[in-house]
Design a binder for this molecule. Sequence first.
Ligand code: 8YV
Length: 327
Amino acid sequence: MKKPAILVARAIFPETLAYLSKHFEVESNQADEVLSPSELSMRLQGKVGALTTGSERIDGAVLKVNPQLKIVANMAVGFNNFDVPAMTASGVLASNTPDVLTETTADFGFALLMATARRVTESEHYLRAGHWQKWSYDMFAGAEVHGSTLGIIGMGRIGQGIARRGALGFGMKVIYHNRTQLSPQLEAECKATYVSKETLLKTADHVMLVVPYSAASHHTIGAAELALMKPTATLVNIARGGIVDDAALAKALAARQIAAAGLDVFEGEPTVHPDLLKVPNVVLTPHIASATTKTRLAMAQLAADNLVSYFTKGHALTPLNQVASAS
Ligand code: 8YV
């Protein structure tokens, strides 16, 4: 029997490709060019499945010219690159990769928080530039992390992982804001207290953003929210570009309205707002919060398994919508 044809839209691990090739006729993009929407539509022609990353948008236009498509498996937990209602309306199953990246991403949230509060990259640049001639008592003095107040906006799996690290590892007081309040049991496990967004912004020493991107969460942090924060506070975004108004943040950092920021995600990435590149009090990383080899392999494997499960058993392992089964 002829194997179903799929597109792997970006370069992935050779072992994941080999696994997929046992089940599918695979067209892969190991050259790793980022496909424009029209190239993506073209490469999807004749394919019943696809493995995508956050850089490929699956929307009505792509679906319209690819009515044969049955499933798109995103190698990411976030799925704001999918128009899920349009996919459901076209009978296309959508899946993501939850759980396998939770702890790794929470680790990175903490790495960015520590680097931001303790001015790790700023001081390293200073050293590498040959400016370190003598030690001084206030050199790169930063903000305390242990024992401080951590405010988490978005209390899903990753937010909870960060709360546990903060409360149990660093003795932080953890406050959080979320669309829905956690159960008393989960709150006790995370040692986290629910507060309004305004209270969180006014009281937290460190604000961590872990909220999924949607029209409703666009610019969760803008000029008005930054104005509520303490001048000594730090802000960390490991959620998505667009959750923060990057232009407003660059202004606030330049004016020292808040002390520092750590950003792993950006509006319009991989382009970074030029004003953010000019301010020293920001740590910038290229969307690597889930980037350990083990976790990226697990994400690729789960995305691949979603495709295999759908075509062999009629259902995906971690679906985002419900459509009629393949078999
Ligand atoms: C991905 C992420 O690596 O899972 C997510 O939502 O942001 C990252 O872990 C990235 O989106 C590429 O797919």
